[in-house]
Design a binder for this molecule. Structure first.
Ligand SMILES: Nc1ncnc2c1ncn2[C@@H]1O[C@H](COP(=O)(O)OP(=O)(O)OP(=O)(O)O)[C@@H](O)[C@H]1O
Ligand SMILES: [Mg+2]
Length: 325
């Protein structure tokens, strides 16, 4: 049986480039252009596969794809060890552009909103999900334009019917609707996503209060509030755990959130307790910022950072669960 289903309704082709300095008007000669697949659910699946190592295959990828760029996306995805479920759309998969400015170490990210999809196209995805057995359903990323705001709420219901744990990393109206529905197992907001949800700015304490309230009202069982370079906080019915970020050389923040989610779900799916899974996610988030451009996180980095974090918290872990099963 397939373990973890990763859903991406608005995938991207990511083009990353390097330039000495970003300037107006003049042609900028960029170097080291790379092309990658992206989009929340796809990134989470890439992390799962990275953690699984040589054995491969522990991720079903469900994606809406169309147009000539969709063919490039499909070709790239087929080369990865995924169980692929590509559902067609009329629109073209968007192309995101990342530019790394070598003189300053700054990164610029240009992300188009993507195509407009139809209700029928979304319904086809949901139908595909109905027939996929899963222990975890992970929905990550923005909804495409045209998708009804309750799309993630509907996926939450499908997960509930299948007895799967629903994991959500989303924002805006789609997030609000999914929370109104409730029954989310793991919700991973950033501070700004929670701020948008409540409509005003929050400090960490106030954000944790919002999260605790969501847990108390049964909207989500576990909330991992990630705070970028300030680490993360885990909130559930038992209380709150705050962990500082692991200090690493920062190269590119792309995919830190998805790496966090992928690693945390991986650990949970391997039977690890919540606190350890949380720490594992934190290690993967840190590992992700060490890698350039659209590279996510490397297995060896995650394991080394996690092992160190375990020692620091006085909870040594032999990590035998990572390579097993
Ligand atoms: N500069 C950093 N140094 C160390 N760890 C980091 C850094 N930035 C992020 N992380 C780790 O990655 C986790 C997730 O990052 P972050 O909170 O930025 O996610 P996000 O806002 O969802 O990002 P995105 O959606 O852009 O990928 C953080 O909780 C932290 O553990
Ligand atoms: Mg995020």
């Amino acid at each position: 049986m397939s373990d973890i289903v990763c859903i991406t309704l608005n995938p991207t082709l990511d083009l990353s480039n390097e330039v000495d300095r970003v300037v107006a008007t003049h042609k900028m000669r960029v170097r080291n252009q790379r092309q990658d697949v992206g989009g929340g659910g796809i990134n989470v699946a890439r992390v799962l596969v990275e953690l699984k190592g040589e054995a491969g295959g522990e991720a079903d990828v469900v994606v809406l794809s169309g147009g000539a760029t969709g063919q490039l996306l499909a070709a790239a995805l087929s080369a990865m060890p995924f169980k692929l479920h590509i559902l067609p759309m009329q629109g073209e998969v968007r192309i995101a552009v990342m530019v790394y400015e070598t003189e300053t170490g700054q990164e610029y990210r240009f992300v188009p909103e993507g195509p407009v999809v139809s209700a029928i196209e979304i319904d086809r995805v949901l139908l595909a999900l109905e027939s996929l057995p899963a222990r975890y359903m992970v929905a990550s990323g923005s909804l495409p334009r045209g998708a009804a705001p309750d799309t993630y709420a509907r996926i939450s219901r499908i997960a509930a019917r299948a007895g799967a744990r629903f994991v959500l990393d989303a924002s805006g109206e789609a997030l609000a609707a999914a929370l109104a529905e409730g029954g989310i197992y793991l919700f991973k907001p950033s501070l700004s996503e929670l701020e948008r949800l409540v409509g005003h700015s929050l400090d960490v304490q106030a954000a944790a209060d919002v999260a605790s309230d969501l847990v108390a009202r049964g909207k989500a069982q576990v909330i991992a509030l990630t705070l970028g370079a300030d680490g993360a906080m885990l909130i559930n019915a038992e209380g709150r755990t705050r962990l500082p970020a692991i200090l690493v050389p920062v190269r590119s923040a792309v995919g830190a959130g998805d790496s966090f989610v992928g690693a945390m779900v991986f650990a949970l799916s391997r039977g690890q307790a919540l606190q350890r899974a949380f720490r594992f996610g934190l290690a993967a988030g840190a590992a992700a910022v060490m890698t350039p451009g659209t590279d996510l996180c490397r297995r060896a980095d995650i394991l080394a950072l996690y092992r160190q974090a375990c020692l620091d918290t006085g909870d040594p872990d032999r990590l035998d669960w990572v390579s097993g099963g």
